[in-house]
Design a protein. Structure first.
Length: 61
């Protein structure tokens, strides 16, 4: 489990780096994407470690 977590974080980090380095975008859009990715990764990590319950029952209206 720990190896898959580390590998996933490495892949996400590499993809984020490549996106920021090679895709021409406005700096503000890059900051928004970076913040969204960080929030999603934090929520995913909290779920993986059991500190946050399942988000399957949340409805967005």
């Amino acid at each position: 489990m720990l190896i898959s977590l580390v590998l996933t974080l490495i892949v996400v980090g590499i993809l984020l780096y490549l996106m920021e380095r090679y895709i021409p975008m406005d700096a503000q859009i890059k900051n928004i994407i970076r913040i969204v990715v960080i929030i999603v990764v934090i929520i995913w990590l909290l779920q993986q470690f059991g500190l946050l319950g399942s988000l399957n029952n949340i409805w967005i209206k």
